[in-house]
Design a protein around this ligand. Structure first.
Ligand SMILES: *Cc1c(COP(=O)(O)O)cnc(C)c1O
Length: 420
């Protein structure tokens, strides 16, 4: 069979060549949310380098980055002070027979920064931290049931993976579901758990893929706290995605609600692999009893990077800066959408924004927008919340808005074609 001329004449890109090689030696070419089938058309799968708010793919194309490695990059890629701290530690060694001094320093930093925290423990991935929180809550209460919001993401382990292939119903036997921000459904779930309620596990805000983002209402947060207090259960906040971007003290601090346990990861070491559980004294003994560990959990380099990240986040008001940059992006997108007569919905905290198109159930407009913006140098996402970093300045946002302008044009063409 001969190939169509267009395919023959097309020079294979470095990205396409890597995808072809990966397809032979990596199942599906790539796993999970990074599988090529989930990327908008034209999106690169492989990256070569990054600096500040710019990323470069393996074909040398550069983009203003609004995904920040899907959350981990808070201060900008390769932040000089974080890199210096990591390199200084790396020069002494990363992986020993046990932790270094830096683990105690970092636990002290967390206890000083996060009001609910009397102690901290460290892991590698967000899923390690959410799982440890659930284990500690069950150990501390001697109960089994954990209330989780329908559609919420807490990691890709069998008890919480969004995809059921390879998972048994027994893995999730003791989860009871409620709807985020719906006090009545939370109370109903608590009633169903009865005197077997170990914990309420809830993300810092509602950031389910493909739907409008929602901040927690004060009423909902207070109800979650009251249910846990009445039952002697643990309130666990999953800060893995939102942590350090909304409020350095914890995302619910401004609502006046403190958790018993919180799971952190993603941004805490500005791109280095690290997760943390913080907890209060009520759960200190339970955290001592459970057996949690990992071969790489003591790595000193990521902890040194985290200490630098926390210090810079404190000294330079990172949440405030990325809030301002996120607002500038949101207002710019709203003005462009308006000028093109295209209806969009923007939601979420400005630091972690999402833009969805009205009447776009298959995300065709969203994908067309992103593909066109990408060709003009901005890396957006059509369905997942995006991320701002401290390295985004006003000029970067304005440059990205010029790429967004091309995105809106592409959506207009799509609409025009659909109308013909
Ligand atoms: C990403 C994420 C996790 C899982 O973190 P991993 O590092 O991927 O294991 C858990 N909870 C939330 C809210 C997340 O965004």
């Amino acid at each position: 069979m001969t190939q169509p001329a267009t395919m023959l004449s097309k020079t294979p890109t470095a990205d396409a060549a890597l995808r072809a090689r990966a397809a032979r030696v990596v199942p599906g070419g790539m796993w999970g949310h990074l599988n090529a089938a989930r990327l908008p058309e034209g999106y690169p799968q492989f990256f070569a380098s990054a600096e500040g708010c710019r990323i470069r793919d393996v074909d040398g194309r550069e983009y203003i980055d609004f995904m920040c490695s899907w959350g981990p990059v808070l201060l900008g890629h390769r932040h000089p002070q974080v890199e210096a701290a990591a390199q200084a530690q790396a020069a002494r060694g990363d992986c020993f027979n046990g932790p270094g001094e830096v683990m105690v320093d970092l636990a002290e930093d967390f206890v000083a920064m996060v009001p609910h925290a009397d102690w901290a423990m460290f892991q590698k991935n967000g899923g390690d931290a959410t799982t440890a929180c659930v284990t500690i809550a069950r150990a501390g209460t001697g109960r089994r049931k954990v209330l989780v919001a329908r559609g919420a993401y807490h990691g890709a382990l069998p008890w919480c993976s969004p995809v059921v292939a390879g998972i048994t119903s027994e893995d999730r036997a003791h989860l009871v579901h409620f709807d985020y921000n719906d006090v009545a459904s939370l109370q109903a779930a608590a009633a169903e758990a009865g005197n077997d309620l170990a914990a309420v596990l809830v993300t810092a805000f509602r950031h389910d893929m493909g739907r409008d983002l929602e901040l927690p209402t004060a009423e909902f947060a207070k109800a979650a706290r009251a249910i846990c207090d009445a039952a002697g259960a643990a309130l666990i906040i999953d800060e893995v995605r939102a942590g350090l971007r909304l409020d350095l003290r914890g995302s619910w601090e401004a609502l006046g609600v403190r958790p018993d346990l919180a799971a952190w990861s993603k941004a805490i070491a500005n791109g280095y692999a690290l997760a943390a559980v913080t907890g209060n004294d009520r759960f200190r003994e339970a955290a001592t009893k459970v057996f949690v560990t990992g071969s790489f959990w003591c790595g000193t380099v990521a902890m040194a990077a985290a200490r630098a990240t926390l210090r810079i986040a404190r000294e330079t008001d990172v949440p405030g800066h990325i809030h301002a940059m996120g607002l500038r992006l949101r207002e710019g997108l709203a003005a462009l959408a308006n000028r093109h007569g295209i209806a969009v919905r923007q939601s979420g905290p400005p630091q972690m924004p999402l833009m969805l198109f009205e009447a776009d159930p298959e995300v065709r407009k969203g994908r067309a927008f992103c593909s066109a913006a990408l060709r003009h140098g901005a890396f957006f996402h059509p369905q997942h919340n995006m991320f701002l970093s401290a390295a985004h300045g006003p000029a970067d946002i304005d440059e990205a808005l010029q790429a967004a302008e091309q995105g809106f044009r592409a959506v207009r063409e799509l609409d025009a074609r659909a109308a013909r």
